[in-house]
Design a binder for this molecule. Sequence first.
Ligand SMILES: Nc1c(NC[C@H](O)[C@H](O)[C@H](O)CO)[nH]c(=O)[nH]c1=O
Ligand SMILES: CC(=O)[C@@H](O)COP(=O)(O)O
Length: 167
Amino acid sequence: MIQKTPGAPRDEKSAAPIRAHILFIEARYYDDIADMLIEGAIAECKKRGATYERIAVPGALEIPQVLAAAADARSAGRTAFDGAVALGCVIRGETAHYDIVCNNANHWMMDVAMRQNIPVGNAILTVDTREQAVARAEGGITGKGGDAARACLRLIEAKRAFWETTA
Ligand SMILES: Nc1c(NC[C@H](O)[C@H](O)[C@H](O)CO)[nH]c(=O)[nH]c1=O
Ligand SMILES: CC(=O)[C@@H](O)COP(=O)(O)O
């Protein structure tokens, strides 16, 4: 039984239109799962009026590296995005590689996000079976891809709130 996470808070602000440009980083190791995740993430962005761009990488281990490269380019004024959403699926195999991929993809992605102050929504599924992955990736805007996009947009709103003048 999957406990559908509530995603971003269901307050009015979390559903309000938002001026934001999002970078979708898609690890396409399992193409069909990636398609389900990106469908939900795009649906959430379109619902909120946010724009987006997409970049594909072979697998989850490449996500932190491309986020770091995008952050460098943003610092150099060569690209502009307000937040990122990581999408991927890691399915346990016979060896310890599953732990290597999951731990390093998530750890170093968050390291870049924290160091570069980038709002990042995380839909890197880490599962034991393909069925578990499908159950979490499907559902369009209500799936994990939509959840991660909602989280990213919520982080952008929260970040901006700190800079709103109270005067
Ligand atoms: N087994 C999975 C991988 N493995 C590939 C790595 O992510 C990486 O692309 C490779 O080691 C080359 O550097 N990636 C996933 O996203 N999902 C898997 O289940
Ligand atoms: C998560 C993985 O890297 C996994 O798909 C690799 O499978 P195996 O551990 O059987 O080589």
